[in-house]
Design a protein around this ligand. Structure first.
Ligand code: PLP
Length: 451
């Protein structure tokens, strides 16, 4: 266990739970009522994972902050786990969404906004041809289908401890002998993921080459930096090496930039001059209105379109009635061009630099065996002394109870962190005061745990 004094931790947590309950009678009453018609009292099972016994109910939100039904205001560093990375309800997105709501929501016909959105993404990522979905999960599912279709190969490669949404083939891990196995707690897999997937550790080019050399791999679906098991950054040459290997073995290289978009308007792909065959996006590109996207190289687009007949285009397993609808496209076009601008990213990253520096300074001051990793406007501390090189190293440093304490400690001081990580995300609306509120909480929590 990364934190040794479990008795102290349990006592500190119990005190925070008491404070939480005293401050949230309104959320408590609503949760009791919600337990009747909903499993776990929540509309989606993950929302039950908040510490304190029940989630806070949101009354309203704007920019970097939201207010709960008990009248408490929070600085939001969770931002819907990236869905609201642009800040809550940015004016430009809201205006475009409201306009489109009044003009028709979905037609199975294109609107001008789709062209604006696609052209913006093509320019920013250097990947020329785009398609739209409702979620990043769907974008991943679709591009994997295309990859298997055009290569005639059956398997995909992913990193150990990856997360790419609820895509069946990705719920796989490496066991202690280096075999691909079903991920622990994988809920009802259709087939054993060992049949569909080869898992390799992050930052391990030899393992990737061994997998590619089997000749079975259609696509490598990767986050250019892992973000869902804590942040795991690529070592110099890793991403370029994967590109070379993918070309050598005819594997389609897909960058899932749903989270790593935190590095800038063109994600890690543009910032680090990378050349994937495909890029996946989602969550925040529509300011929270459901929207996902995948972009493809000219060559991949040609291989796909040459091999699919128009007559069967709607029954092949790629697409969806609401995908690319007018409302999502209005939200994406406005959000990309008016909110997620290069200037906004500059500001977001500068604030995140301060967050990282402050957290690291407190870690150093109290000799705490933790470290911070930053990826543009996203930063995260983990319970280990050095930056993890692989998903496994990051996972081994996890401590659920310690995380629950830290999250509740933050919440009781008006700060929301994502329930799954010690991660903070900056929106264009965040301010230095928001960051300093976190610094204050973090110092107080570290003192309680270590001083
Ligand atoms: C890297 C990555 N890809 C895809 C997804 C799936 O996003 P969604 O749940 O919106 O489909 C996630 C979700 O956390 C993600 O982190």
């Amino acid at each position: 266990m990364p934190y040794a004094d479990r008795t102290k931790l349990a006592a500190l947590f119990a005190k925070e739970v008491e404070t939480f309950k005293a401050k949230h009678p309104g959320s408590f009453t609503r949760h009791q009522k919600a337990l009747g018609p909903m499993m776990g009292g929540v509309p989606m099972s993950w929302m039950a994972k908040w510490p304190g016994g029940y989630p806070v109910y949101v009354a309203h939100a704007k920019g970097s902050r939201f207010t709960d039904v008990d009248g408490i205001e929070y600085v939001d560093f969770c931002l819907g786990d990236t869905g609201a990375m642009v800040g809550h309800s940015p004016d430009a997105s809201v205006a475009a969404i409201a306009k489109q709501l009044a003009q028709g929501i979905t037609f199975m016909l294109p609107t001008d906004d789709a062209t604006v959105a696609a052209a913006t993404l093509a320019e920013r990522f250097g990947v020329p041809k785009w398609q739209f979905t409702l979620t990043a999960t769907d974008a991943n599912r679709h591009i994997l289908r295309y990859a298997r279709h055009v290569t005639g190969r059956s398997k995909i490669l992913v990193h150990d401890y990856c997360y790419h949404g609820t895509v069946d083939e990705t719920f796989a891990n490496l066991d202690d002998n280096g075999n691909t196995v079903s991920r622990q707690n994988n809920i009802g897999p259709q087939v054993d993921p060992a049949e569909t997937t080869i898992v390799v550790p992050f930052n391990d080019l030899d393992a990737a080459e061994r997998a590619f050399a089997t000749g079975d791999v259609a696509a490598a679906l990767i986050e250019p930096a892992m973000t869902n098991i804590g942040i795991v950054l690529p070592e110099p040459g890793y991403l370029e090496g994967l590109r070379e290997l993918a070309t050598k073995y005819g594997v389609i290289l897909i960058h899932d930039e749903t989270h790593t978009l935190s590095e800038g308007v063109g994600g890690m792909t543009a910032r680090r001059h990378l050349h994937p065959d495909a890029v996946v996006l989602g969550k925040t590109i529509g300011a929270g209105i459901p929207a996902g996207a995948f972009g493809m190289s000219e060559e991949l687009t040609k291989r796909v379109s040459d091999s699919i007949h128009l007559e069967h285009i709607d029954v092949g397993g790629v697409g969806g009635t609401l995908a690319g609808n007018a409302l999502s496209m209005a939200a994406v076009a406005a959000t990309l061009t008016q909110v997620l601008t290069p200037e906004a990213f500059e500001r977001m990253e500068a604030l995140c630099d301060v967050w990282t520096t402050d957290v690291q300074a407190i870690i150093d001051e109290y000799n705490v065996p933790w470290q911070v990793s930053q990826l543009g406007c996203r930063s995260e501390y983990s319970f280990r002394e050095t930056a993890p090189r692989t998903g496994r190293e990051a996972a081994d440093a996890d401590d659920f109870e310690l995380q629950q304490f830290l999250h509740l400690h933050a919440l009781n001081r008006g700060i929301l962190m994502t329930p799954f990580h010690n991660m903070a995300l900056m929106s264009p609306a965040h301010t230095i005061e928001d960051v300093k509120r976190h610094t204050e909480h973090f110092r107080e929590a570290v003192v309680a745990l270590f001083a």
